[in-house]
Design a binder for this molecule. Structure first.
Ligand code: NAP
Length: 262
């Protein structure tokens, strides 16, 4: 197994001891895309740390679903935009598991509005979580992964990072910032066998997109439908866990039904 290959897919849940399992931390895993990523990585053999901000019951349900399927998971509440809470989260992961093989920076929020009327607090809260939160978690994870000389990091950005979007200056700026962060971290960590990639979903059915005008959206998607969280999770699983992805770093994989073709 190459040093950049933390967890082959063939590691099946239930095989071997809990300690032998690779560990994946998924931020914002109580709902939507994060939940699907957590369940998918658990099925691929990871112990999954289910991070959430406030939905304790939903996070418990993710853990129960994973355990019922024979996997291993536990949840930890932390606002990943808060430096101290991120430190506590990583301390908990290391105290309990002693290792970290995969970090998926998935937690994200929107505070949409036209720029002219955008409150500074709405700008700041989106930057704080969607961009600074990824910096904080990646910095904490890198301490473990660089020392272990292995690990994979996947950042969930968005197609709006590539195309912009009226009413989402804060969100698209944060998600575009993630592209620079992904590539810079990939360049910094490559010599230690740690890969860093991004997944850019288009319109995916979740709480985040529930209130959007579906008719207008569908016209912009060549495949003619919204994506599902499990379709994003499949791309994350490939980058985070498939031995075949060991030589991929600094890349952006779009999961968008053909919305943005470059
Ligand atoms: P979602 O359904 O709204 O779920 C958001 C998740 O993030 C929840 O688990 C939530 O936890 C967590 N979260 C929110 N604030 C947090 C904080 N401060 N610290 C830790 N966790 C926090 O969103 P989603 O649609 O699944 O989106 C997931 C990711 O994909 C986001 O980064 C989003 O920007 C990106 N994305 C989504 C789409 C889409 O179409 N849905 C498209 C492109 C990109 P609680 O449940 O505790 O609040």
């Amino acid at each position: 197994m190459s040093s950049a290959t933390p967890a082959p897919d063939q590691a099946s849940p239930g095989a071997g001891t809990a300690e032998a399992r690779p560990v994946a931390l998924v931020t914002g895993a109580s709902r939507g895309i994060g939940r699907a990523i957590a369940e998918t990585l658990a099925a691929a053999g990871f112990t999954v740390v289910v991070n959430y901000a406030s939905s304790a019951a939903a996070a418990d349900d993710v853990v129960a679903t994973i355990e019922a399927a024979g996997g291993r998971a536990w949840s930890h509440r932390a606002d990943v935009g808060d430096e101290q809470q991120v430190e506590d989260l990583f301390k908990a992961v290391l105290a309990r598991e002693g290792r970290l093989d995969v970090l998926v920076n998935n937690a994200g929020i929107t505070r949409d509005g036209l720029l002219l009327r955008m409150k500074t607090s709405d700008w700041q809260s989106v930057i704080d979580l969607n961009l600074t939160g990824v910096f904080l978690c990646t910095r904490a994870a890198s301490k473990v992964m660089l020392k272990a000389r292995r690990g994979r990091i996947v950042n969930i950005t968005s197609v709006v990072a590539l195309m912009g979007n009226a009413g989402q200056a804060n969100y698209s700026a944060a998600k575009a910032g993630l592209l620079g962060l992904t590539r810079s971290n990939a360049a910094e960590f490559a010599s230690r066998g740690v890969t860093v990639n991004a997944v850019a979903p288009g319109f995916i059915a979740s709480d985040m997109t529930e209130k959007l005008d579906k008719e207008a959206i569908l016209q912009a998607i060549p495949l003619g439908r919204m994506g599902s969280p499990t379709e994003v999770a499949g791309a994350v699983r490939f980058l985070a866990a498939d031995p075949a992805a060991a030589y991929i770093t600094g890349q952006v994989l779009q999961v968008d039904g053909g919305m943005v073709m470059r």
